[in-house]
Design a protein around this ligand. Structure first.
Ligand SMILES: [Zn+2]
Length: 56
């Protein structure tokens, strides 16, 4: 997966689908239930949920 892409993910807890940046600088949380979806690790997102799609 390349950096700086948007990725569509599904929250493992509430199944909310959300589009997040592939290169986040802060922790990304689910907008519905608030669990962590991705954390920044050296310029790249460490995605902790199901990736559905990588968007250009
Ligand atoms: Zn959720």
């Amino acid at each position: 997966m390349k950096d700086s892409k948007f990725i569509k993910v599904r929250c493992g807890k509430c199944k909310n689908e959300q589009i997040i940046f592939g290169k986040c600088s802060t922790v990304v949380r689910c907008l519905v239930c608030g669990i962590e979806l991705a954390t920044p690790t050296g310029g790249k997102s460490d995605v902790k949920c199901n990736i559905l799609e990588v968007l250009d």
